[in-house]
Write a new protein. Structure first.
Length: 258
């Protein structure tokens, strides 16, 4: 148990290596081997109540809370379950991501995949960097219910450059907290080598955008090929018809014959 605890605490925040100041990089290692890697940019949109100018009514404000680059982290890896926990601003904010790998039967036979199975975000509305004059300030927890996100075939990493929004339900009067994720590259299981992602599994949005980018090029190439083939056929046809003996239509031109 002591050895396992020591392994779980072998974590590294490599966010400083990213050229994007909004993107964070986290690595969990056990027995000197990378077992979880995560790169992403994250921001939370949190509604909270403040007093109106009449100090009688309540109005709702919105806090935009980015994941701090200097976040402290914990992590643990397992055969079928892994976890990444981040905290920042003196633990006023804590984000816990839980991952699950499971097998299932398909028409092609048994297959395995992993997914983001749970998100838990704890925030303190008494923290003044992002919350201004919150009514009844205190700690709240926003979490997902029966989450099945970032589903990826086992043995591969998940990649998505597009922004994704995941809704969480808060203990603060069931308010809806939005988690915005972008520039995601993540793998919580089966990493092939130290600090090396497996082959990526692109999210549907990235696949669609890639298709939209390449489709005009493909259509242009097809159109160019059709034009070349058409011109080639016309040239061949012209040469064949030019080499054939032309039969005169004017009968007077037959006088030299016979």
């Amino acid at each position: 148990a002591v050895a396992r605890l020591a392994a779980e605490q072998e974590v590294e925040n490599l966010s400083g290596l990213s050229p994007n100041p909004e993107k964070d990089i986290f690595v969990v290692r056990e027995n000197r081997t990378t077992c979880l890697m995560a790169e992403f940019a994250a921001k939370f949109i949190v509604p909270y109540d403040v007093w109106a100018s009449n100090y009688v009514d309540l109005i709702t404000e919105q806090a935009d809370i980015p994941l701090s680059r200097g976040a402290e982290m914990k992590g643990k890896c397992g055969t079928n379950e892994s976890e990444l926990e981040l905290s920042w601003l003196n633990q006023a904010y804590t984000l816990k991501l839980s991952f699950l790998k499971e097998g299932h039967n398909t028409s092609r036979g048994p297959e395995a995949s992993w997914r983001l199975s749970r998100i838990q975000f704890t925030y303190d509305t008494s923290e003044r960097t992002y919350f201004k004059d919150a009514v009844s300030p205190g700690k709240h927890t926003a979490s997902s219910h029966r989450l099945s996100a970032l589903v990826t075939p086992a043995g591969r990493s998940y990649e998505c450059q597009a922004q994704q929004t995941i809704s969480l339900v808060s203990s603060d009067h069931q308010k809806s907290v939005q988690l915005l994720l972008s520039e995601v590259r993540l793998q919580p299981f089966d990493i092939p080598a130290d600090f090396v992602f497996s082959e990526e599994h692109k999210c549907p949005v990235d696949q669609r955008e890639q298709l939209e980018e390449t489709l005009p090029l493909i259509l242009g190439l097809i159109l160019g090929l059709v034009i070349v083939i058409t011109l080639g056929i016309y040239h061949i046809h012209h040469k064949l018809t030019a080499s054939q003996v032309q039969i005169p239509r004017d009968r007077s031109q037959y006088k030299h014959m016979g």
